[in-house]
Ligand binder design. Sequence first.
Ligand SMILES: [Zn+2]
Ligand SMILES: [Zn+2]
Length: 263
Amino acid sequence: MRVCVLASGSSGNCTYVESHSTKLLIDAGLSARQVRERLCKLGIQPDQIDAILITHDHQDHTSEAGIVSLALGSPIYCTERTLAGFWNLLSGHEQIRHFRVGQEFWVKDLKIHPFRVFHDALDPCGFLIEEASLFTQYAKRLGIATDLGTIPLLLRENLKDCDLLILESNHDLEMLLQGDYPWHLKQRIRSEVGHLSNQAAGEAIAAIAQHGRLKRVFLAHLSEKNNHPQKALETVKSCLNGLSPQLEIYVSHRDRPSPLIEF
Ligand SMILES: [Zn+2]
Ligand SMILES: [Zn+2]
């Protein structure tokens, strides 16, 4: 499989995922022009995207879904409740396919398992994406969870067999508390349905990496005001405390795509 985080953060999210025969976008908070440009730079034909999966209705994940869907001729996959939160951004001409959180579905050779995350959206989920394989123990697995206030034990368990994980590392707690956001916004971000701190992300990654399968991590959805890429990286590495020295950690950015990673 190959993965590239095309853009990540509260100004817009979009991730490209590719298997042997399937090409997906996850979330569509990036303009159709930018999606095309960034895919073309990677050598990928934008009109070959099979599906656009939506994690939740917040605008940084859905603002361009309608335009991107029509421009690329790709259907949008989301839950009915998530659609209720962004249908007003659509033209009515898009192809929409529904899934339910907790119920697996397939897009060609990719098995998609949408799992519940805690976040203040209508029906938020993350995805566990597995490539079809004759031998399921060797099937490549990708986990993505980019907006979540907490990462409980059950969710860590769910992610333990991932080869690659895209996980939110939203804020440095001290920067958030000392920054100039109004108190209610600080409360919202810190809450169990807000966003994951660097420390919480690092502890979760350390727990997941203990199982020995995880090889690569993208830190995602970094706050522009309350975080810094170096700070996120250092905090997560300090949580790993020398464990899993082989683990490759990348920071994703708002304004440019990550490297295209094959795993
Ligand atoms: Zn978001
Ligand atoms: Zn959100």
